[in-house]
Write a protein that binds this ligand. Sequence first.
Ligand SMILES: NC(=O)c1ccc[n+]([C@@H]2O[C@H](COP(=O)([O-])OP(=O)(O)OC[C@H]3O[C@@H](n4cnc5c(N)ncnc54)[C@H](O)[C@@H]3O)[C@@H](O)[C@H]2O)c1
Length: 256
Amino acid sequence: MNRFKGKVALVTGSSQGIGAACALRLAKEGCDVILNGHKFDERGEKLIKEIEAIGQKATFLVADLSQAYEASHLIEKAVKQYGKLDILVNNAGVEKRADFWEVTEDDYDLVMDTNLKGVFFSIQSFVKHCRKNSVGGVVINMSSVHEEIVFPHFAAYCASKGGLKMLTRNLATELAPFNIRINNVAPGAVSTPINKDLLNNKEQLERVTQNIPMRRMGTVEDVAGVVAFLASDDAAYVTGSTYFVDGGLTYHYEEQ
Ligand SMILES: NC(=O)c1ccc[n+]([C@@H]2O[C@H](COP(=O)([O-])OP(=O)(O)OC[C@H]3O[C@@H](n4cnc5c(N)ncnc54)[C@H](O)[C@@H]3O)[C@@H](O)[C@H]2O)c1
């Protein structure tokens, strides 16, 4: 498949985990990719080499997306890099575990600023680019099953992903006249470094997978496949939706 021939994508938070898999999957289908993270290190270097080996271009742009200015500016830098930007995957995200009554303002700000505020302003900057150049575009936000279902001890995370749900619903209507599509992908439990505590705790991992109808954690490739679909023209009539990639977790119910 060569669904992204001639296209350029920016994938935020793509040094590792879901973001890295999305970048690789888009490149495998013909896309040039701009990678991003807090810092450029050996993970970014390795991914660039993998993408170049496929025959696509790749660059890494450092930006802290918890800062609205850096989020906006990243889009401008990305456009400058390859002269265009067709696909924006807002993947970078953080979570902080704490009882609700122990959550600090710093942790609340970090989660909301990274998962919602930075995403808001990166989309705004992308839309300005699309409108200025009279081109359409595609935005995919990495949400979570927790835009819909509860996650005790992660109140700020749930608030951020719940906000992302309504941001996407709202912008789908406002941006459709400009041929800009926007959708959320909502992973369930995926094996990535964000879940390292869970992955290192065999008993807890067993409880989690028992609650998933497909009885396994998701892989980063499971998520990347859906991102590629939504980024492609195969999803040309899809906007304002959330695609759950959760092995059936969100709407799981069984009589005990
Ligand atoms: N892994 C899961 O089970 C799961 C489930 C649901 C949703 N998600 C979402 O998927 C996305 C990716 O998660 P992951 O599991 O790959 O996590 P991860 O921790 O492996 O990767 C997140 C990436 O985002 C980057 N990042 C974080 N804050 C940043 C900032 N301020 N500026 C730039 N980069 C930043 C990190 O450096 C890292 O590379 C997140 O939005 C997360 O909320 C993950």
